[in-house]
Design a protein around this ligand. Structure first.
Ligand SMILES: [Zn+2]
Length: 272
């Protein structure tokens, strides 16, 4: 029984570390502290849960931002800024919103410029990087390991009124794709034929029921990419070739990421 309990604790620590980076440490502190708290009958479970949340919050929102800035030149992306926000709450709750301070500046500047041109347009970020570690990958994005990468959401319009529409058809932020139309270059097909089964995997896993409520907004998405390519510090942007062509984008910073990655017609990958 004791062995089973130890294995469970180790698995929880690993899972929390892989998904949130500092959650495993918060859990270790919690295990150490909870033995020192007097038993309060049925309230014990509630108290334990509260204790873990407190430790995780102190680490995530008080200690880690200071350490990330001092040792890794990284900053948490804004959470409530009008021009730049996370698309989904899990991104910042799980510490997946840290970027190099240079990338932070480029994103905020571009988001503000975009909002000047298109009022009420917010730049929505998805997974960026973890706060700590020179090569700590933010899974499943192996390359998001150094604070220099971030994923951004596309823009959409209402398919009936054609008015700008905030949000995303995907609850995850990923996996609802703006697929190639007839006659467009079809890298998802090409990569799947090459045996890269992971390329379109997410599209098969993420529910697609909201897809028809959102129409891809080529105008604002193109302008967002143009603003980012114009920033000298940005070196690479990944989107699917058919979207690059459809939006008539020609900047050489916009590249194809290769079949070993996943498809990029559901988000934009940006890196320094
Ligand atoms: Zn990415």
């Amino acid at each position: 029984m004791r062995v089973f309990r130890v294995i469970t604790h180790i698995l929880i620590i690993l899972l929390l570390t892989v998904t949130t980076q500092v959650g495993g440490l918060a859990y270790i502190l919690y295990l150490w502290l909870k033995r020192r708290i007097p038993t309060l009958g049925w309230k014990r479970k509630l108290l334990n849960f509260g204790l873990f949340i407190c430790l995780y919050s102190i680490l995530s929102f008080v200690i880690v931002p200071v350490v990330a800035s001092k040792f890794y030149h990284r900053k948490a992306l804004p959470i409530t800024h009008e021009a730049l926000q996370p698309l989904r709450m899990y991104t910042y709750v799980m510490n997946r919103h840290y970027v190099d301070e240079d990338l932070y500046e480029v994103l905020l500047n571009s988001a503000e410029k975009l909002q000047n041109e298109f009022p009420e347009t917010t730049m929505y970020y998805l997974d960026a990087c973890f706060p700590l570690g020179a090569k700590f990958p933010l899974l499943p994005h192996w390359s998001h390991n150094d604070g220099q990468k971030v994923d951004l959401a596309f823009y959409y319009v209402d398919p009936i009124t054609k008015k700008d529409k905030n949000g995303s058809p995907s609850w995850l932020g990923y996996g609802v794709c703006e697929s190639p139309k007839i006659g467009e270059k079809h890298m998802p097909d090409y990569c799947e034929k090459k045996g890269c089964f992971q390329y379109s995997l997410l599209e098969k896993l993420v529910p697609q029921y909201k897809k028809d409520d959102y129409e891809f907004d080529a105008t604002r998405t193109k302008r967002l990419i143009q603003l980012l390519t114009a920033a000298t510090k940005i070196k690479k942007i990944f989107i699917e070739p058919h979207l690059k062509k459809r939006m008539n984008l020609t900047n050489s910073k916009i590249r194809f990421h290769g079949c070993h990655a996943v498809r990029h017609d559901d988000h934009i990958h940006v890196q320094l």
